[in-house]
Design a protein around this ligand. Structure first.
Ligand SMILES: C[S@@+](CC[C@H](N)C(=O)[O-])C[C@H]1O[C@@H](n2cnc3c(N)ncnc32)[C@H](O)[C@@H]1O
Length: 285
């Protein structure tokens, strides 16, 4: 009987010892495996960060080389450029939407090296010309349904078109059936899918009656800004505010109360989100 009890108690100790040994071995194995995989994961991450850093550095150097050897400079002045430069610096990597490709495009892109900078351009030939030497720029062709000559009529009639009013505007405005002639519904999907931290409106052309004018760009920028779900405001920059139509549409849609800076021919607005507003206003300002 005693012998039997000793046998069972020995067996129990044996099982306990094996279980503890197994547990220790398991912990050691998992820890080692974890170290190895963590180490290799860190190595591969470091490798890809280095590759990204190298490619950003190469692009930045190419941009310096381009501007240092070019006789054509961007149209905006140093003080005008500094307004958006300072905002980009304060935000860090961000989503930057630019209406128009120009001699300034490489510069805008290099001010936001780790973010997304997307250009929208109306002239397919001009896209080819600009991208020929700057293949890293992300640009899409867009068509505008309006003409500058329609600007007065558009601003007079939009209030009687319910689809144009802030109470009814939907964002993304892509693919929605709208009677609002100011809403740009045919932009690339990426434009509606992203929330833009900065929107630069320096295009389309707006200096002759048949030109598309910036009416749709201004209206669409404010609709996107008001629909923002992420924290913070949307910074909207409008160039050529010395022109009647740009000024008139800015005052109607971007609003003087949201104007935070006026430098040269550039206005900088900070548009707050209206996505969670409890009271819906019939006007934008
Ligand atoms: C006022 S420009 C914007 C210029 C830009 N901010 C710059 O510094 O070059 C707006 C539009 O003019 C047209 N554009 C500008 N420069 C051009 C050129 N050299 N040749 C053809 N089209 C041009 C493009 O359609 C562009 O979107």
């Amino acid at each position: 009987m005693l012998k039997n009890r000793n046998f069972y108690s020995d067996k129990l100790w044996f099982f306990v010892a094996v279980a503890i040994a197994g547990l220790i071995a398991g912990v050691v194995l998992i820890a080692n495996f974890g170290n190895v995989s963590q180490h290799s994961l860190l190595c591969s991450l470091a490798g890809s960060y280095k590759r990204i850093d190298d490619s950003i550095q190469t692009q930045q150097l190419q941009t310096i080389l381009h501007y240092a050897t070019s006789h054509v400079t961007p149209q905006q002045s140093f003080s005008e450029i500094s307004v958006s430069f300072n905002v980009l610096q304060s935000l860090g990597s961000c989503n930057f939407l630019v209406f128009g490709l120009g001699h300034d495009s490489r510069m805008w892109s290099s001010f936001n090296p780790r973010g997304t900078t997307l250009f929208l351009e109306e002239d397919p030939k001009w896209i080819q010309t600009v991208l020929k030497d700057a293949t890293h720029l992300k640009a899409h062709h867009v068509s505008y349904p309006t003409h500058l000559s329609e600007a007065d009529e558009l601003i007079k009639s939009y209030r009687s078109e319910p689809d144009c009013l802030p109470t009814n505007t939907k964002s993304p405005i892509t693919n929605v059936h709208t009677q609002c002639k100011l809403a740009l519904t045919g932009l690339p999907k990426e434009v509606y899918d992203k929330e833009w931290d900065l929107i630069m409106i320096d295009a389309p052309r707006g200096w002759f009656p048949e030109a598309p004018g910036r009416m749709g760009a201004i209206y669409t920028a404010v609709v996107m800004a008001r629909a923002r779900m992420r924290p913070g405001v949307t910074h909207v920059f409008l160039h050529d505010i010395d022109r009647r139509v740009e000024k008139m549409f800015a005052e109607e849609f971007l609003c003087k109360k949201y104007l935070v800076k006026s430098v040269g021919r550039l206005w900088h607005f900070e548009i707050p989100s209206a996505a969670n507003a409890t009271e819906k206003s019939e006007t934008f300002c």
